[in-house]
Design a binder for this molecule. Sequence first.
Ligand code: NAP
Length: 258
Amino acid sequence: MTLPPMPLSSSSPVLLVTGGGRGIGAAIAIAAAAAGHAVAVNYHRDEGSAHSVVQRIVAAGGKAVALQADVAQEDQVLRLFAAVDQTLGRLTGLINNAGMLAPQMRVEDMSAARLQQVLATNVIGCFLCAREAVRRMARSRGGAGGAIVNLSSMAAKLGAPGEYVDYAASKGAVESMTIGLAKEVATEGIRVNGIRPGLIHTDIHASGGEPGRVQRLEASVPMGRGGEPEEVAAAALWLLSDAASYCTGTFIDVSGGR
Ligand code: NAP
């Protein structure tokens, strides 16, 4: 994204990007700052990457802070949102991006601990952050509305057999939440939408045990290549913007046709 930096005023939109230090989240944070958002860059463990994103935004004339929290832990989510309130002001946008994969395996080999970690991060984390965002944005609570964008995955439709059916199922839950919450808060001035990335070049594939997964599978993509985080960020920025003012409870596939 090469949008020109915009001057920030006290009325700048305030965006929280969970997992904003690396991969797709980092690309969204950088693109949003360039479009005029003050950005809270949440991270879990990789403080250095989150600070690099913040430095890059600040160097370009934007406003950003790095905030640590595990989105699966309610006390940490409450602390995260309180820190956003204090440092940047009232939230206008949330990108529910933080997500994880566990090593590739068949369902018959999955432990309960693995399932709990995947679902806690990808589903409960998404719910907790959406809840806190709604509490700040809802008109009935004195808010001024806003937009939530949830990162699903094409895996929600494809199922990820032999790799991570648990991850795919977690994204199915994110999609149901997106549809239901969108209807629940539609008259509160809050839009809730989702994005289904396909095979995107980030570190997430290495964390599942196969760093070359995108290269292995890209021949199966109709466009013949993996995607870049910036291509997902472009969709997220559009869904956040007033250009998407009549879109809620819907999804954009960013998957090269896969
Ligand atoms: P990534 O490069 O592995 O980055 C994941 C980010 O999530 C990191 O910033 C990480 O924080 C953060 N995170 C993980 N667990 C967290 C937790 N418990 N609390 C807070 N933050 C946490 O992943 P990505 O590929 O950019 O994926 C971003 C989103 O897109 C995910 O929801 C993923 O499921 C979805 N997606 C990705 C692809 C793809 O092909 N890449 C495809 C479909 C969907 P640290 O930096 O601190 O570790």
